[in-house]
Design a protein around this ligand. Structure first.
Ligand code: F6R
Length: 614
């Protein structure tokens, strides 16, 4: 979704802003723009449809000087992707420029009022309404920019992270947020702002995460001042950023997605560090230890999430019910928040989100809080909105995920859910010592088994060529591998644009089997688990109808691999840990098919990494 970058200080802003926009490209966007105030106090605005490189071409040869500037990548909501609708938007006076991430819900009413006051609008965006409103309030009440912004925001319904500059005050940059992320980087006599820390990390490790309903004035003379909308000042909480530049770069891989797939043995080690001991079996999850009573009194756990995180949640449901005997419900956050769900004060609600910014998941967290439930977050992006809105939680610690298709975050989420289920099972005494020890010992082996899973995929690139022109795919799995099948299908459709569905294998005969013919590849995921033979029968039914079967099976498998057209092997592990193994070949299959089709693997069309609008 939209990305925001800003700079004020003693360096030329333009190169910093362009580099920052490139760091935010992963969020997904369709146009880009920049506004700079030059040494003569002139506002220069450049915008382009498409990639940041188009913006660079547009601005080439133009005046891009200035020590203060704001820049934006837009993911269209109100109005088509176009140069006119791209941000920054400029006020009627030509003095104020503004960039915005979020949605102004009451923009139509405000626009009507401003039109009556004589304002003219160039774009179809909701954002342009805000810049004209600030302009109107500033002129009407003869206010400085910070005050005008604060008053304007009290009239706004919706979500925003904004950055505003004023040619009359080139020494000040104003920012504000409500339900959309905004990070401030503090350097020596300079400030950076961005939607997340990635554009800031190379300049400073001192950051402030702005909270909802806060505005900040970044002033070269007076420093950083944070106030709420009632003009009450807050002391900024300066945090130290733990983000290395190598985590933000491709490191020799052709795509971030491939890097992130290959990184998984390491990221799962990082995820388990300090939680799964090197010897012994005591799982230490501080979020659970610090809140034992709340977990013990919970008669039910509800997990809310979207997309890939929702698939991880389904695996979490299996794990927690299996090991802890506590009922678990898994909900799409977008449905949960609008369907008046029953939430009890003694429920535990777990919100899973890689970005920690998904608007629907954040709203579900707020709803759960209102009902008095204890809310636990499982997130990746440190300091993001969901971990800050929850009562407690566990980070998955897999490092920044830049490819839009989630890979290492999925396995990180499943790993945290496994540790959580084990810790809860111990707490509830629903697991024997022997079973607990077996699972923990096997969990510790997961990173090295993942290394083998990657090695076992050596033929994948060639196999993917066979299926590059398939128009549909079906993914089948049962038990723990049913969510894994849905996740495999999601990976394929989002990056290759091939239609794919994940089904529980036994459901085929209730309808989808009608789709099977020689043109239909079927990916069947099966481990030597409690329902292996049942899955084999389901696959036989597919074979009998001419379907082309790609079997994802454990090393040493003979039965299913014997009947499949293509076989992908994964290292043997426990049934409940098997999605951590099958995830790797499924991610790689989708990746190579998408590469063969020439798709934009890291930034697939229409998708955004951080879905900050509902
Ligand atoms: C799929 C994918 C999305 C996200 C979903 C939720 O590869 O990335 O389906 O999983 O948008 O995002 P988070 O986890 O950030 O809440």
């Amino acid at each position: 979704m939209c990305g925001i970058v800003g700079y004020i200080g003693s360096r030329e802003a333009y190169p910093i802003l362009i580099k920052g926009l490139k760091r935010l490209e992963y969020r997904g966007y369709d146009s880009a723009g920049v506004a700079l105030i030059n040494g003569q106090g002139k506002l220069n605005v450049y915008k382009a449809k498409g990639k940041v490189s188009n913006l660079e071409s547009t601005a080439e040869g133009c005046d891009t000087t200035g020590y203060i500037g704001i820049a934006h990548t837009r993911w269209a909501t109100h109005g088509v992707p176009s140069q006119t609708n791209a941000h920054p938007h400029v006020s009627a006076s030509g003095q104020i420029a503004l960039i915005h991430n979020g949605i102004i819900e009451n923009y139509a009413t405000l626009k009507e009022k401003l039109i009556k006051l004589g304002y003219k609008f160039n774009s179809e965006t909701d954002t342009e309404v805000l810049v004209q409103l600030i302009d109107y309030i500033q002129r009407r009440d003869s206010l400085d920019l910070a005050h005008a912004v604060r008053i304007a925001l009290t009239h706004i319904e919706g979500a925003y992270a904004i950055a505003v500059v004023d040619t009359k005050h080139p020494e000040t940059l104003i920012v504000a947020r409500k339900s959309s992320p905004l990070v401030i980087g503090i350097g020596e006599g300079e400030f950076f702002i961005a939607s997340d820390a990635s554009p800031i990390a190379e300049y400073t490790d001192k950051v402030v995460y702005l909270s909802d309903n806060e505005t900040a004035s970044l002033d070269l003379r007076h420093g950083l001042t944070i106030t709420n909308l009632d003009d009450v000042e807050h002391t900024p909480e300066i945090q130290t950023l733990k983000l290395s530049l190598s985590q933000l770069e491709k490191g020799g891989y052709p795509h971030f997605m491939l890097k992130e797939i290959y990184e998984q043995p390491k990221t799962i080690r990082d995820c388990m560090r300090g939680r799964v001991p090197e010897s012994g079996t005591y799982i230490k999850l501080s979020g659970v230890e610090d809140n034992k009573e709340r977990f013990l009194q919970a008669k039910r756990i509800i997990i809310v999430a979207c997309g890939t995180s929702w698939h991880a949640a389904l695996i979490g449901e299996h794990l927690i019910e299996d090991l802890c005997r506590i009922p678990v419900e898994v909900e799409y956050a977008s449905e949960f928040r609008y369907r008046n769900p029953v939430i009890n004060a003694d429920d535990v609600v777990i919100a899973i989100s890689q970005s920690g910014e998904t608007a629907d998941t954040l709203a579900a967290v707020e709803l759960a809080h209102k009902s008095g439930a204890f809310v636990y977050g499982i997130c990746n992006a440190v300091g993001s909105s969901i971990p800050r809105a929850t009562d407690s939680g566990s980070y998955i610690h897999v490092g920044p995920e830049i490819g839009v298709a989630s890979t290492k975050a999925f396995t990180g989420q499943v790993t945290v859910l496994t540790m959580l289920a084990l810790a809860l099972a111990k707490l509830h005494q629903t697991i024997s010592d022997e079973k607990y020890d077996t699972i923990v010992n096997e969990l510790r082996e997961v990173p090295s088994k993942m290394e083998n899973a990657i090695k076992l995929c050596t033929g994948m690139e060639n196999m993917a060529k066979v299926f590059t022109y398939a128009r549909n795919f079906i993914y089948l799995g049962r038990g723990y591998n049913y969510p894994a099948a849905m996740e495999g299908a999601l990976k394929l459709k989002e990056i290759s644009y091939i239609h794919a569905e994940g089904y529980p294998a036994a459901e085929m005969k209730h309808g989808p089997i009608a789709l099977i013919d020689t043109e239909m590849p079927v990916v069947a995921i099966a481990n030597s688990d409690s329902i292996y033979d049942k899955t084999v029968s389901n696959v036989q039914e597919v074979k009998a109808r001419g379907g082309k079967v790609i079997a994802v099976v454990e090393d040493g498998d003979t039965k299913l691999s014997g009947m499949a057209d293509y076989v992908i092997r994964t290292p043997r592990t426990l049934e409940m840990l098997s999605p951590l193994m099958s995830a790797i070949p499924l991610q790689l299959l989708a990746y190579y098919i998408a590469v063969n089709k020439g798709r934009d693997v890291d930034q697939p069309r229409n998708l955004a990494k951080s879905v900050t609008v509902e």
